[in-house]
Design a protein around this ligand. Structure first.
Ligand SMILES: [Fe+2]
Length: 337
């Protein structure tokens, strides 16, 4: 009997150390599944996927504590990664290999950038003089000459909080506080809708400028959101601000290893796989983001927006998380709903 029990324990142990990873992700691209299949084939490590929105996933991880089977959490926006880090969800991960591949401003001790996105300005070329947008910066959108022109989503949106946090990081809180009052005063309407809704507002001549992430514009141009949105996007031009200064605001989509990850070594292998040229190409072709590694081209629609713009590569994206709460407070104080 004792012998049988020992065999049983041995079997259980093998099962506990199955060759797999459990990926918790907020991304839901059909195409990601194909990519994970490639990883399974080349590594022999099975990928179990749990998809959901960031808040419920984080809640589950926290509640399950050390019995959580999750190995990795994949999130969009450095602000979200930082907030998951603050809640103690991630394990500190040291990997010389990953540090070599990912530029230091796009990672922390707890998470790694996998793709990049830019948060930029859009304008209607029929309604905008070239002098108006010459040398345009995020900061200059607060100028009086732009009264009643800007469409942007609400202050509870993490992309906006990260953008404002980057201004706090570069200009200080006092400057940002004063700047926000003037910036909010220039809104063309009560903030509402998602990033695509802002671009639609410019196309409809309701607003002169919109602020939205680059992949939303490409998604609209692709026709995947319908003919109407495709036509609207065609009426609107992208503009990469702060070209003479620190560069355009960049953010990431990134991944971290969970604190109680049962398959940590496999999880690192998976992250390394996501950073291979093939995987990067696969991801950005479908998501319209920018690759984080050199030498991989984004999708054609993103290439057509121009790749030679100056990216802000001096501001560490972890600072977005650090200033997130203050950014939100200042945004609300300035009357940004
Ligand atoms: Fe998004």
């Amino acid at each position: 009997m004792r012998y049988l029990f020992f065999i049983f324990i041995l079997f259980l142990n093998i099962n506990l150390h199955a060759n797999e990873i459990n990926l918790f992700t907020t991304r839901h691209y059909e195409s990601d599944i194909e990519l994970y299949k490639k990883f399974e084939k080349s590594s022999g490590i099975k990928v179990n996927i749990v998809t959901g929105a960031s808040k419920p996933l984080e809640k589950r991880i926290l509640e399950e504590g050390d019995s959580c089977i999750g190995d990795l959490l994949f999130l969009a926006d450095a602000g979200r990664l930082y907030s998951a880090q603050e809640k103690g969800l991630f394990k500190k991960t040291k990997s010389e290999n990953l540090e070599k591949i990912i530029p230091s401003q796009f990672r922390s001790k707890y998470w790694f950038g996998i793709t990049k996105r830019a948060r930029i300005i859009y304008y209607n070329p029929d309604k905008t003089f070239s002098e108006e947008i010459e040398n345009l910066t995020y900061e200059s959108l607060a100028d009086e000459r732009f009264y009643n022109t800007i469409a942007i989503r609400q202050s509870n949106n993490v992309y906006n909080q990260s953008l404002i946090a980057s201004i706090i990081e570069n200009r200080g809180a006092e400057y940002t506080k004063k700047w926000l009052k003037k910036f909010v005063n220039n809104f063309s309407r009560q903030p509402q809708g998602n990033d695509r809704a802002q671009i639609l507002s410019v196309a409809a001549n309701e607003s002169k400028f919109a602020i939205a992430n680059t992949y939303y514009y490409a998604l609209m141009l692709s026709g995947k959101k319908g003919k109407e949105q495709q036509l609207a996007a065609k009426k609107v031009m992208p503009f990469f601000p702060n070209q003479k200064g620190r560069g355009t605001h960049m953010n990431i989509s990134g991944i971290g290893i969970l604190k109680y990850s049962p398959n940590k070594d496999n999880a690192i292998k998976f992250i390394e796989f996501l950073l291979t040229p093939d995987a990067q190409k696969h991801i950005v072709s479908n998501s319209y983001e920018y690759p984080i590694i050199e030498g991989v081209k984004p999708s054609k629609l993103i290439q057509e927006m121009g790749l030679n713009f100056v990216q802000d590569d001096s501001t560490k994206v972890s600072s977005y998380g650090r200033w997130q709460k203050l950014a939100f407070k200042l945004m609300q104080e300035a009357g940004w709903n």
